[in-house]
Design a protein around this ligand. Structure first.
Ligand SMILES: [Zn+2]
Length: 136
């Protein structure tokens, strides 16, 4: 069986078998990487590899796969950007009693978000009231 010499950034030079190494080639730009799990520290090493070396590795029996960019990478978001208030609303929603109903769809999420927004407005009013109270 062929021995493949590779290196781990922590453990140094290694001798691996063809079963230890895998090659991936991107369909987008035809670049390839090989990867393996270091038998000593168990860290996964991923390194670029030239196409002629890919050919040699595959001839030796290394498993080779072609991967494709996920379609989502070409999606462009539409609508307004998420801002800090949206994150706070989401945080309130996740911690509200209605979260399971919102997730399962048995409650209209917009109603829950409106309820959260109303409760935040009440909090702001309360804190405004407190601030006014300290000024007296
Ligand atoms: Zn290692």
């Amino acid at each position: 069986m062929a021995i493949i010499r590779a290196s781990c950034i922590d453990c140094g030079e290694l001798e691996l078998t063809v079963a230890d190494v895998k090659v991936r080639t991107s369909s987008a730009d035809d670049t390839s990487t090989y990867y393996f799990r270091c038998p000593h520290c168990e860290m996964v090493m991923v390194k670029p590899v030239a196409s002629r070396t890919v050919d040699m590795l595959v001839r030796a029996g290394v498993q080779s796969t072609v991967w494709h960019m996920p379609a989502e990478i070409k999606e462009r978001p539409s609508g307004p950007m998420i801002d800090h208030d949206d994150l706070l609303d989401f945080h309130e929603l996740v911690h509200s009693d209605d979260v399971m109903e919102a997730i399962t769809g048995s409650v209209d999420v917009s109603e829950v978000m409106a309820k959260v927004a109303r409760s935040q407005a009440e909090v702001r009013l309360d804190s405004d009231h407190d601030l006014q109270g300290t000024n007296d």
